[in-house]
Design a protein around this ligand. Structure first.
Ligand code: GDP
Length: 298
C-alpha cells in the first residue's frame, strides 16, 4: 500500500534537488504536485487542502530559505505534516485503574474485526496481560465460531453465548462476558460486536446499547484500509452513532491506494492506534505515525 504515493512524492522531490534557493514558482509547482499525489492516493479533499496549505506556508518560511539544502527541508516538512495527519504521537491503550479494562470493537462486517480481536488478544497476552475475548457478534453466521477458532490459535479464552449466557442477545452476552472476566480475574476484555455490510441504524443502535451496557474503557473503530473513500464516510457514521477513542486500520498489506485510511485520523480527530497487515495473528502492532510517514517517504 502507498507505493504509488511514495513514487509520486519521490518524483516531486527529485525536481527540487540541487536547488540552492526555492523560488515562488518552485514552491507552487511542488505544492501542486503534492496535491495531485495525495488526491490520486485517495486522501480526502479537506485533508489534502489543509496539508498542502501547511506545506506551502512552511516552504516559504525562514526554515527553508535559511536551510543549506532547501529540498531536504521540504521533505522534512512533508514528513512532519504526514505525521500530523496520521495523529501525531503513537497513542497507546489506556488501561482501567480497576481491571478489567474493557475494549469494545466496532466496524462494518468484513472490516476484519473478528480477526483483529484475536490479534489484539495475542498482542496483549504477549505484553503480559490476561485477556478474555467476548463473542458478541451474533449477526454474521459463524462469527462466534471464527472467534473461537482464532482464540484457540492465540491461546486466549473465548466467552461465547450458550444457554444461560443470553443466546441471541448481544447486549446480554457482552455484559455477561465482562462479568465473567471480573470473576475469573482476566485483566482485559475484548468485546467483538456485529457489523453489517453497510452503515445501518439497527447495527448502530445495537453497538450503542452494548457500549452503554459494558462502559468500555476504549472503543476501537476497525476499518478496512482497502475500501477507499467509503472508509471516511463509515468512520464518520460510527463516530456519530457510537463514538470511539481510536481507529484500527486493517488490510494494510493490500495494494489499494489507501489514502482514505490516511485521512481518518484528521477527519474524525481520533488517532489510529493499531495497524493490521496480514492474515496471520502476529501481523499486527501499534501504529506509529512517524514510522508510517518515513515509510511513505522512503
Ligand atoms: P469481520 O466481519 O469484521 O469480523 O471480518 P473478519 O475478521 O472475518 O475478516 C474478513 C476477511 O478479511 C477474512 O477473510 C480475514 O482473513 C481477512 N483479513 C482480516 N484482517 C486482514 C489483514 O490485515 N490483511 C488481510 N490481507 N486480510 C485480512
Amino acid at each position: 500500500m502507498f507505493a504509488t504515493l511514495s513514487d509520486r512524492l519521490a518524483d516531486t522531490f527529485k525536481n527540487l534537488r540541487g536547488k540552492g534557493r526555492l523560488s515562488e514558482a518552485d514552491i507552487d509547482a511542488t505544492a501542486r504536485e503534492i496535491r495531485i499525489a495525495l488526491l490520486e492516493a485517495d486522501v480526502a479533499l479537506p485533508v489534502v487542502k489543509v496539508f498542502v496549505a501547511a506545506v506551502k506556508d512552511r516552504a516559504r518560511s525562514e526554515e527553508v530559505s535559511a536551510a543549506l539544502n532547501p529540498a531536504q527541508q521540504v521533505v522534512k516538512i512533508v514528513n512532519d505534516e504526514l505525521v500530523t495527519i496520521l495523529g501525531g504521537e503513537t497513542r497507546r491503550l489506556r488501561f482501567a485503574k480497576n481491571p478489567p479494562t474493557v475494549i469494545m470493537l466496532a466496524g462494518l462486517q468484513g472490516s476484519g474485526k473478528t480477526t483483529l480481536a484475536a490479534k489484539l488478544a495475542l498482542w496483549l497476552k504477549e505484553q503480559g496481560n490476561s485477556p478474555l475475548l467476548v463473542a458478541a457478534d451474533l449477526q454474521r453466521p459463524n462469527a462466534v465460531g471464527q472467534l473461537q477458532v482464532n482464540g484457540e490459535r492465540a491461546g486466549v479464552k473465548v466467552f461465547a453465548p450458550e444457554p444461560g449466557n443470553g443466546v441471541g442477545d448481544p447486549v446480554a452476552v457482552a455484559r455477561a462476558g465482562v462479568e465473567e472476566a471480573r470473576r475469573t480475574l482476566h485483566d482485559v476484555v475484548i468485546v467483538d460486536t456485529a457489523g453489517r455490510l453497510g452503515v445501518d441504524a439497527e447495527m448502530m443502535q445495537q453497538a450503542a446499547d452494548i457500549r452503554d451496557a459494558v462502559s468500555p474503557d476504549e472503543i476501537l473503530f476497525v476499518v478496512d484500509a482497502m475500501v477507499g473513500q467509503d472508509a471516511v464516510n463509515t468512520a464518520q457514521a460510527f463516530l456519530d452513532g457510537v463514538g470511539y477513542d481510536g481507529v484500527v486500520l486493517t488490510k494494510l498489506d493490500g495494494d489499494a491506494r489507501g489514502g482514505a485510511a490516511l485521512s481518518i485520523a484528521s477527519i474524525t480527530g481520533r488517532p489510529v492506534m493499531f495497524a493490521s497487515a496480514g492474515e496471520k495473528l502476529t501481523d499486527f502492532d501499534l501504529f506509529h505515525p512517524d514510522r508510517m510517514a518515513s515509510r511513505i517517504l522512503d
